[in-house]
Design a protein around this ligand. Structure first.
Ligand SMILES: [Zn+2]
Length: 212
């Protein structure tokens, strides 16, 4: 969403200060937009996402790859025939032969941007109830709790072994059902302090860990 600056300069006579404030606000707007829609590069050519109407993201580009100075790239929008790889920059007068024609290049950039967005999204799976307690048992000194969980879309059982003294020390063991692996959390007390042995039978593999 564009940020509209509705703040008016308080005094018209303070023209210079007002102008500077407006410029400052315009600058903040631009920085904000750049953060939301960063220019990204595909095969050295810049592209820039933008909203076209109703939440539809479109891609502007390819942008001129020429360096005007060591740090500053031209990044003006290139022009040329849609199905041609020949591109021209009217700003720096550069001519380029791109790795794809305009149409294909934009499509590829769109895909790259979607991939970028996907990588920023948290993956949530709802195959099994998250964190549902499966079993719980305790005696005078200790407690065991087993919960189903999911991590990165993989199913796992977490087994908590909890000491019922005032330290409340716990150890938790992860049984990763999809990878057929056993892990424990190194930030807890080592399971060897509570257990002598872990014996796990997975579908295709048995794991035996002995603590000495
Ligand atoms: Zn240029």
């Amino acid at each position: 969403m564009p940020i509209l600056n509705t703040k008016l300069p308080r005094y018209n006579s303070a023209g210079e200060a007002a102008r500077r404030e407006q410029m400052r606000n315009a600058d903040l707007d631009r920085i904000e937009k750049n953060k939301k829609f960063p220019t990204f590069f595909v095969k050295q050519y810049g592209f820039r996402p933008y909203f076209s109407g109703h939440d539809v993201i479109n891609i502007k580009g390819p942008l001129c790859p020429r360096y005007l100075t060591k740090e500053r790239q031209c990044l003006a929008e290139l022009s040329g025939e849609i199905i041609s790889t020949k591109a021209h920059c009217e700003v720096c007068d550069g001519n380029f032969d791109m790795p794809h024609n305009f149409e294909d290049f934009r499509r590829l950039a769109h895909k790259a941007y979607q991939g970028y967005l996907n990588s920023q999204t948290q993956l949530i799976t709802l195959d099994i109830p998250f964190e549902a307690i499966k079993a719980e048992s305790e005696d005078e000194t200790r407690k065991i709790k087993i919960v189903w969980s999911q991590k990165d879309g993989r199913n796992q059982a977490i087994i908590y072994l909890i000491r019922k003294d005032k330290t409340g020390a716990k150890s938790h063991i992860f049984a990763d059902l999809d990878r057929e692996e056993i892990r424990y959390d190194s930030s807890d007390i080592p399971p060897g302090e509570i257990l002598a042995k872990i014996k796990t039978e997975f579908k295709t593999k048995n794991i035996n860990i002995e603590f000495k």
